[in-house]
Design a protein around this ligand. Structure first.
Ligand code: FEO
Ligand code: CA
Ligand code: CA
Length: 721
């Protein structure tokens, strides 16, 4: 029996009994001003700005159905710019596009730098032949892997073994679909953009340099000394300080001098994350290849990739394809989500980045030398010397920066009962969990400073600390946070905005409940926050600027904030990433793009089924918003007509009265083709206003001038207009 039929029977309903309005509508202009510069979409739950009375909310939200489209408000359109498999440089558009960086080359040409994060095995396998034009041996490999018990260390097989060859073929194809791409764009006659392949088109992927040493990536800073060291506790890949490839490229940032920073995030799925006291990695056998058709992991194993060379911030110059990307080790090795760069003349460079894991930290790099000219390409050198610090938050809205330095005292905090620290047997890689005061005191007696945990001296010692940044930060008392995703600077006042996607925990850590609480102090609060942090020299102040959750629980109506983009008015555009099939957040429906403005959240776009929206990014005159649609159909692959499930939710209308909703939810996706049965593809969309923009005010040519894409026709759009 099909899943849909089963669910409908369980609910005692026929399909006709649940058909409600499709979520295609915008809020009607007749209902009065919402505060948004566009007519907000009606989402799956009642929102303060939906323009409906309590009685109307009861009628509208009782029966709804989600739709497999990228929906934008009335008056706007969304078009696909590039999708998985399209030709790009010497390769192709990779899978699961995430961060997007727009680099203008005059008014009519531009570069778009694109991150490719990870492989969603179900839609990747199903769509590979169509997208990439060749067949891979998925079926025999799945069968062989099952026979082998699910995981295989490829190096343990004979070189001629068919299984080893199949593993290498599939793993190479997957790694080549990850990394970074650069696409040249030209303006179209109607003011949009299209890809025009050019000499700056480029692909750097997970295996760049595996055959051609000239394509390898560089490493700057102290970790290079660790990589060059001959004597080590762990694995030697034989490459010294050269690196093969980049993968798990999640979000990133742009620098004022025109380069792009690409963040390597969840590398632990593909290579060994734990390291020894000297910063070296265990052998790749510790992270074997795994593949069952639903999950693909251990991609580094068949290529003997050393885990300590991944999990870095990578700088790439989209305008200079001849320059190798650089992994800047002073920025630390952890699950980097994103980055924000503050470059002010006469002051040290400051670079912020969060580690997206339960209990991950917020970091700040401060350069040794001051910035002379923020736009000088030589500023990349400032990333090669300085100090890395990690945030300690206090519940009273203050905080301070702790240096990740050999001399810093060991002072772990058992914030939620326990804390993971570098293993006290320093011959062991990875972590040990301290769960009692007695264990903690014993640890602190044994290790007084980071130098006791990471012996040696000079660059090798500092490099080992930077390579093991997360555990070193735990050891010195950094605050475990709520999965920091994006970090962005507010252009108006320089504050740092951080999206913390959710409070929660796993075996590795959990968010500090004194800091990360719901509107009424609830912990854990799984719906996320946007924090505003005003930085100082050694201390900072923080407050939550927006809190996720349903309106009837005090939230703004969104869940799980991820990437942010700030427009020239200072409004925050935020996309969400709630994992599909999570009962706590299913009520929020498909991932979406919101405008945060004036203390309210306005729904601007909703994504197709089972996707997350990523990489919001404007072109220079803010007439186009680029959005990366990542992993449509991640759980169920291609949608087929009739494959749907019915979900039931207990909501509340704006008067607080209960509202029972039945929701029709398509399983899988056909986006962007929209053809039933056809495989979905990750792709980049361009959102533009259809109605012509009003003419720019005389003399106003700055980015905040009238005519920006979000402004209502005829409305003055400048910050002071
Ligand atoms: Fe790749 Fe934390 O999102
Ligand atoms: Ca993200
Ligand atoms: Ca995410």
């Amino acid at each position: 029996m099909k899943r849909r039929t089963l669910l409908i029977q369980l609910l005692g309903l026929g399909a006709a009994g649940v058909a409600g309005p499709a979520l295609a509508g915008s809020r009607s202009a007749a209902v009065g001003p919402s505060g948004a510069p566009f007519p907000p979409l009606l989402g799956p739950i009642p929102l303060p700005d939906d323009g409906l009375s309590a009685a109307e909310q009861q009628r509208h939200y009782r029966r709804i159905r989600l739709v497999d489209r990228l929906q934008v408000p009335e008056g706007y359109r969304a078009d696909v710019l590039l999708s998985w498999g399209d030709r790009l440089g010497e390769g192709a558009m990779g899978f699961n596009n995430d961060y997007l960086a727009f680099t203008p080359l005059g008014s009519d040409r531009a570069l778009l730098t694109i991150n490719f994060e990870y492989i969603s095995a179900i839609p990747w396998c199903a769509g590979y032949a169509e997208a990439r034009g060749r067949e891979l041996p998925f079926a025999p490999l799945i069968a062989a892997m099952e026979q082998a018990g699910g995981s295989v260390d490829a190096a343990s097989l004979e070189a001629s073994s068919p299984l080893r060859q199949q593993i290498a073929t599939v793993a190479a194809a997957a790694l080549e679909d990850l990394g970074i791409g650069v696409a040249e764009l030209v303006r179209t006659a109607d003011g949009g953009w299209r890809h025009q392949p050019g000499k700056r088109d480029r692909r750097v992927h997970g295996l760049s340099g595996v055959d051609d040493p000239a394509q390898r990536l560089r490493v700057s800073g102290p970790a290079a000394a660790v990589f060059r060291r001959q004597q080590r506790l762990g694995f030697n890949d034989g490459l010294a300080d050269q690196v093969i490839g980049t993968f798990a490229n999640c979000a990133g940032g742009t620098t004022p001098w025109g380069t792009v920073l690409s963040a390597e995030e969840n590398v632990q799925t593909q290579v060994v994350e734990a390291v020894y006291a000297d910063g070296s990695s265990p052998a790749p056998a510790a992270c074997p290849f795994r593949f069952d058709g639903r999950r693909l992991a251990g991609l580094g194993n068949p290529f003997q990739l050393a885990g300590n060379k991944y999990g870095w911030m990578v700088e790439i110059n989209p305008q200079r394809p001849e320059l190798p990307p650089v992994k800047h080790s002073w920025l630390g090795r952890f699950r980097h989500e994103a980055v924000a760069v503050r470059a002010l003349a006469g002051q040290p460079l400051q670079v912020y980045s969060g580690c997206d894991r339960h209990g991950g930290h917020l970091y700040r790099f401060v350069s040794a030398e001051p910035v002379a000219d923020p736009r000088d390409p030589a500023n990349s050198r400032l990333l090669e010397a300085g100090r890395l610090e990690v945030a300690q938050f206090n519940a009273d809205g203050t905080g301070r920066w702790l240096p990740l330095d050999p001399a810093t005292a060991i002072a772990p905090q058992r914030t939620n009962g326990s804390v993971s620290v570098p293993h006290s047997d320093r011959g062991q890689p990875g972590a040990e969990r301290l769960s009692s005061d007695a264990e903690l005191e014993r640890y602190c007696r044994r290790f007084r400073t980071l130098a006791d945990l990471y012996p040696g001296g000079g660059e090798e010692q500092m490099g080992a600390i930077l390579i093991d940044a997360h555990l070193a930060a735990n050891a010195i008392g950094a605050t475990p946070t709520a999965r920091p995703e994006d970090t962005e600077l507010d252009p108006r006042n320089g504050d740092l905005l951080i999206s913390f996607t959710m409070g929660g925990s796993d075996e590795g850590g959990s968010a500090d409940p004194a800091i990360f609480r719901g509107p009424e102090g609830q912990t854990p609060w799984p719906f996320g926050w946007v924090m505003r942090l005003s930085d100082g020299d050694k201390t900072f102040r923080w407050q939550m600027a927006a809190t996720g959750g349903t309106p009837w629980e005090g939230g703004l109506g969104f869940a799980n904030p991820d990437n942010l983009a700030i427009d020239s008015r200072g409004d925050i555009w935020m996309v969400t990433d709630r994992s599909m099939g999570d009962s706590a957040t299913d009520v929020f429906g498909n991932n979406a793009c919101w405008l945060l403005s004036g203390g309210e959240a306005h729904l601007f776009a909703t994504g197709p089924m089972e996707c997350e929206l990523c990489g919001p990014c404007f072109d220079s005159d803010e007439t186009t918003l680029f959005l990366a649609v990542q992993h449509p159909g991640e759980r169920n692959g291609a949608h087929r007509a009739g494959e749907e499930e019915i979900q039931a939710f207990q909501l509340k209308d704006r008067s607080g009265a209960p509202l029972e909703q039945l929701r029709q939810v398509p399983l899988g996706s056909n986006w962007p083709s929209g053809v039933p049965g056809r495989n979905p593809r990750p792709a980049i969309a361009m959102v533009r206003r259809i109605r012509p923009a009003p003419p720019a005010a005389p003399g106003r040519r700055d980015r905040s001038g009238a005519g920006a894409w979000w402004s209502a026709p005829g409305a003055g759009a400048g910050p002071d207009g």
